[in-house]
Structure formats: structure tokens, C-alpha cells
Design a binder for this molecule. Structure first.
Ligand SMILES: Nc1ncnc2c1ncn2[C@@H]1O[C@H](COP(=O)(O)OP(=O)(O)OP(=O)(O)O)[C@@H](O)[C@H]1O
Length: 240
């Protein structure tokens, strides 16, 4: 069953079409990977879906409702939330207080918000760091904090922007496990990631963007052998 549909989505910056007529459908309770070379339009695509940018053309439908042009806060209340490529915790606040910022989307009660935050920290294996300043967390912990904060708002669909970038292989494995657990708990995930081995092993479906256009879509096996995808990443001589 479909949870998110994007029709002919486009974003033009001056003469540049960062996202160019993309059609895409995300199935409920799946992990949908979004890959493509640098500058392909992946982050812009996320910004359009999550309401941080307004599309030049096209339509975004969440659970049957047209959400095109809706603001991030409204979308968050409807269950669509994103994380950022660059982590920005409130460094002078504790880890749990950072995560409570997400909880307050759905509750005004401090005790309930704290409980939700602690639950999110357990799911991201950060509960032992609840009381420390977020500024003292290492990169992997800060990335998990971003995920915990998003989870605390109780999303139906979670957009993850490069949550594994800059991590060691064992940290990548740990984050992969956390993401699969989140899916198992019933959350649909759309994920941008450059680490191929990670995206290939956790995604149910992968869409490939290149110069703002969707050039391929399918299961990991199909994508890894697609000539156009190989050409986009490695140069056309490799696809011959
Ligand atoms: N606010 C903006 N104004 C003008 N051009 C922009 C803006 N945001 C993005 N772009 C351009 O749009 C194109 C797509 O950028 P985007 O960041 O979405 O790509 P990406 O696939 O996320 O890349 P990366 O993998 O490097 O993060 C790039 O050419 C970029 O320079």
C-alpha cells in the first residue's frame, strides 16, 4: 500500500532544474533508498517533500492527502519528518532535552514528552547518554540523536539524509540495525545515502536520481546491475 506519492515534482533555481519532473511512489512499511551522484537533487527532493522548499511544479500526496506547499511543522504533525545531512544539536542542552523538542510536536506535558524522548533514545541506543550535554556526543551519537529527535514526534514516514556519512564501518552497521528496527516498528523510511553497501543491504526499493531526473528504480539487485546507473556513477565507459 502506498504512503507517499510524488507526481511530476520539479524545482528550478534560476536556470538550473535541481529536481526535474520526478514521479515516485513509496510503499508503506518499506525502506526506500534514494541515491545519485553529488548534486543529483536528492537533498532538494527531501526539502520539497518535507515542506522546506516550495516546488516549481508537481504534486506531493501523503496517505491520500495533497500536502503540496504545506509547511514543515504541519507535515510533522501529519507524521512526515526529516533529519539533516549536517547534525545541529542544541549543544548546551542535555541529550534527552534535545529529543524532547521532537516530543512536544504531539504533547504539551513535560512528563509525557520526557517518556517519549527516553523511548526514542532506547530505540537509537542512546539512553545511557540521556543526561550528558549533546555537545559532548561523538559524531555517531549525534547522528543517532538526530534520528531520536525525529522519532520522538511519532512519524509515519521518516526521511533520513545521510545519517551514516562519516561513520566507521562498525558504526555504520550499528546505525543500519537501528534503521531496520525502526522499520520493523511500523515506520516507513526514505533514506539518502552514499554508502552503497549500506543502502543496498537495507533498502526494499531504490530510486536513482541524476541531474534532477529519476533514471532508474527497482530492488537493490536490479539497480546494482543497471547500465544507466553504473554510467552515472562511474562514467559511461564502465557501462559498456
Ligand atoms: N538553494 C539553492 N539555490 C541554487 N541552487 C541550489 C540550491 N540548492 C541546491 N542547488 C543546486 O541544485 C542541485 C542539486 O543539489 P542537491 O543538494 O539537492 O543535490 P544532492 O543530490 O543532495 O547532492 P549531495 O549528494 O552532494 O548532497 C545542485 O546543482 C545544487 O548546486
Amino acid at each position: 500500500m502506498e504512503i507517499l506519492r510524488v507526481e511530476n515534482l520539479s524545482k528550478q533555481y534560476g536556470g538550473l532544474r535541481a529536481v526535474d519532473g520526478v514521479n515516485l511512489s513509496v510503499e508503506k512499511n518499506t525502506i526506500h533508498g534514494l541515491i545519485g551522484p553529488n548534486g543529483a537533487g536528492k537533498t532538494t527532493f527531501f526539502s520539497l517533500i518535507s515542506g522546506f522548499e516550495t516546488p516549481t511544479a508537481g504534486k506531493i500526496v501523503l496517505d491520500g492527502e495533497d500536502i503540496t506547499g504545506k509547511k514543515p511543522y504541519t507535515l510533522c504533525r501529519k507524521g512526515l519528518v526529516r533529519t539533516y545531512q549536517i547534525v545541529k544539536p542544541f549543544k548546551g542542552m542535555s541529550t534527552v532535552d534535545n529529543v524532547m523538542v521532537g516530543s512536544f510536536v504531539n504533547t504539551d506535558h513535560v512528563a509525557a514528552a520526557r517518556e517519549k524522548a527516553m523511548d526514542s533514545l532506547r530505540r537509537t541506543k542512546l539512553d545511557h547518554k540521556a543526561g550528558v550535554f549533546a555537545g559532548s556526543l561523538n559524531l555517531c551519537e549525534q547522528k543517532r540523536l538526530e534520528v531520536a529527535r525525529a522519532l520522538a514526534s511519532d512519524p509515519k514516514i521518516l526521511l533520513l539524509d545521510e545519517v551514516m556519512a562519516g561513520l566507521t564501518p562498525s558504526e555504520v552497521a550499528e546505525v543500519m540495525e537501528i534503521i531496520v528496527d525502526i522499520k520493523r516498528a511500523g515506520v516507513t523510511i526514505v533514506i539518502i545515502e552514499h554508502i552503497m553497501q549500506a543502502i543496498m543491504s537495507i533498502s526494499d526499493t531504490i530510486s536513482v536520481l541524476n541531474f534532477g531526473r529519476k533514471i532508474a528504480e527497482g530492488g537493490p539487485k536490479e539497480i546494482s546491475t543497471d547500465r544507466e546507473v553504473i554510467a552515472a556513477y562511474l562514467g559511461s565507459e564502465f557501462a559498456q
